[in-house]
Design a protein around this ligand. Structure first.
Ligand SMILES: O=P(O)(O)O[C@@H]1C[C@H](O)[C@@H](CO)O1
Ligand SMILES: O=c1cc[nH]c(=O)[nH]1
Length: 314
């Protein structure tokens, strides 16, 4: 399969420059389509005026659950002091699609991605097409989530500066037409530093930067001993976790490799900021109270709000 010669003038189909003139999508078929309907978002180029609805979007925030994204949008709305048009309220913009939920807080959209790489992949294809069709200018994509920490206590905020796959390299292996197509899982280094720069010693929690290991599931894929199945021993698990730690891995979650590979392929500035909800060197079960988990999950949102306010100058 020849995937090596993009028409945009970039080095290759896997290394587009952020200034790439073709926009965010790398698909010549789309321009030939009469209509592009983003099925899982319930939005289309004919049914909706996407530039009018989303042309002002500067930040695309994704995270697992619909409720977290709705609460985040409410919080950010207040933080950036944005007033919704009179007579309107924050509501799910995905209409009848009923797969993902999307909330718009001025120049920010908050969308839930479900669990795992396949789920976030569908969403990102459609979000990347959305910002393309809406003609958004330099939107920044950020995944805001939870993770297992590696050698950091629960409540630590982890900013990713790279993503490793199960082969311990910085690629996501896409399966396309029966071929394995590796694409780099690169995140924006400046964005990681910008997010870290808004953390403060007075926050009452620590914020660290490190590598993220992306797993395909929560249990055996992350070396847990508490899944329905387990054919290895505690010592095997610890050997693997220690080996990951030696490679610079600070956290483990389930969407980072797809997120990094797709946003990088689109030439988008992108980053990942997560709250660790367990230190995997100490155990597997998540046993904190709902209140504690809720407070921990607000921590990355606080840093995100400071970063966005700084960018918007508000
Ligand atoms: O961002 P969230 O908290 O939804 O993501 C992590 C990774 C998995 O999707 C999920 C597993 O509990 O949490
Ligand atoms: O341990 C954890 C916690 C949250 N999400 C994960 O994928 N793993």
């Amino acid at each position: 399969m020849d995937l090596a010669s993009p028409s945009c003038g970039c080095m290759s189909t896997t290394e587009h420059s952020p200034e790439c003139p073709t926009g965010f999508i790398r698909n010549p078929h789309i321009a030939r389509m009469d209509e592009d309907f983003l099925y899982h978002l319930g939005l289309g180029t004919k049914t909706h005026n996407l530039p009018e609805m989303f042309g002002d979007v500067k930040f695309v925030i994704v995270g697992g659950t619909p409720k977290r994204m709705e609460n985040l949008a409410k919080y950010l709305l207040n933080e950036i002091k944005h007033k919704l048009p009179v007579g309107t309220q924050l509501s799910d913009l995905t209409g009848a699609a009923d797969r993902y939920s999307m909330y718009k807080a001025g120049p920010i959209i908050c969308v839930n991605h479900g669990m795992g790489n396949p789920s976030i992949s569908i969403l990102l294809h459609e979000l990347i097409k959305l910002v393309h069709h809406a003609k958004c200018k330099n939107p920044v994509f950020i995944r805001l989530g939870t993770c297992g920490g590696l050698g950091v206590p629960g409540g630590t905020v982890v900013i990713s500066d790279g993503v490793l796959n199960d082969k311990l390299n910085g690629e996501h292996e896409f399966k396309i037409l029966g071929n394995v197509v590796p694409r780099p899982t690169k995140l924006d280094a400046n964005l990681a530093q910008e997010l870290k720069a808004v953390a403060s010693p007075s926050d009452g929690f620590q914020t660290v930067i490190g590598k993220t290991y992306c797993a395909d599931d929560f249990y055996e894929g992350q070396g847990r001993l508490d899944g329905a199945f387990c054919d290895y021993q505690e010592a095997d698990k610890m050997r693997w976790l220690n080996m990951l730690q030696q490679r610079g891995v600070v956290n483990i979650e389930m969407e980072s490799s797809m997120f990094a590979a797709l946003t990088h392929n689109a030439g988008l500035k992108a980053g990942i900021i997560c709250a660790a909800i367990v230190n995997r060197l100490n155990g597997d079960q998540i046993t904190e109270t709902k209140e504690t988990l809720g407070e921990w999950q607000e921590r990355p949102a606080k840093l995100l709000a400071r970063y966005i306010r700084r960018q918007l100058g508000v």
